[in-house]
Design a protein around this ligand. Structure first.
Ligand code: NI
Length: 257
């Protein structure tokens, strides 16, 4: 299994990062994609990827921090992507729930980073909260030029199907295990070929560990839950979602088996 979205560079893991990576492996989660969320975490993510064979990373500025996206950092992001361990641009997007940056600044930072991804031929990792209509509107302009994933998918089945037509995947996580989660409904209704697994560690811990720190080993719980929802073998879910991630982030093409 691959945890396609985690933040183990965060200070939450400072005391036991190596142990967390080992525990993931013991649970069958042998590759991780550590996601940049702002300037310092993008740098830390790359450092982590460079020093661990089984960790890849993305670089990008989250909508919360869109105010901090400068031309200088866009340039630095471009330089960072010359490392083969950088497999995408993200997480980028729109967040009108917490509204930590004004909407026009968020949209501007989103578009600038989407343009960079097009130029660099890299997939994007997108974070959207309470802003799906605006995000879809913006994404329409990139149809056919860009691939990526809507992480922690916040939308409806109809929106997921539209995104699939535009070449975008969705990713699911511990939210699948929460009562009455819309994510669980969507995950039953779309093609398995459009789904990735993730944890968003240290956030969104699956039941029965809710309330504790999340970690990449818990992708195995997400995988089992999806298997249960779809009435398919866990091994089959593992196989299909791993292949989806390898294809999107070109893991086999670039890194071999
Ligand atoms: Ni995240």
């Amino acid at each position: 299994m691959i945890d396609t979205h985690c933040h183990i560079d965060f200070p939450d893991f400072d005391s036991d990062r190596e142990g967390v990576i080992a525990e993931a492996r013991r649970n069958g989660v042998d590759r991780l994609i550590n996601i940049g969320a702002d300037i310092p975490s993008s740098r830390r993510s790359l450092e982590l990827a460079k020093t661990n064979d089984n960790i890849y990373c993305t670089v990008g500025v989250h909508p919360h921090d869109s105010k901090t996206l400068t031309p200088a950092f866009l340039k630095e992001m471009e330089t960072m992507t010359t490392s083969r361990k950088v497999v995408g641009i993200g997480e980028i997007g729109l967040d009108y729930y917490r509204n930590l940056s004004p909407h026009d600044i968020q949209k501007n930072a989103f578009v600038q980073q989407l343009d960079l991804a097009v130029t660099l031929h890299l997939p994007v990792v997108i974070h959207v909260r309470e802003a799906m209509d605006d995000a879809l509107q913006i994404m329409k302009g990139y149809t056919g030029r860009l691939r990526g994933v809507f992480h922690c998918f916040p939308g409806t089945t109809e929106q997921a199907l539209r995104l699939a037509e535009m070449g975008f995947l969705i990713s699911v996580n511990g939210v699948l295990t929460y009562k009455n989660s819309r994510m669980a409904k969507v995950a039953q209704e779309v093609e398995l070929e459009t789904i990735l697994l993730e944890t968003d560690s240290p956030y969104l811990t699956p039941d029965p560990y809710r309330g504790k720190r999340n970690e990449p080993a818990h992708v195995s719980i997400v995988c089992r839950k999806l298997a249960e929802l779809r009435r398919v073998d866990t091994a089959e879910i593992d196989k299909i979602t791993t292949r989806n991630a390898e294809k999107l982030f070109k893991l086999v093409e670039i890194f071999g088996q």
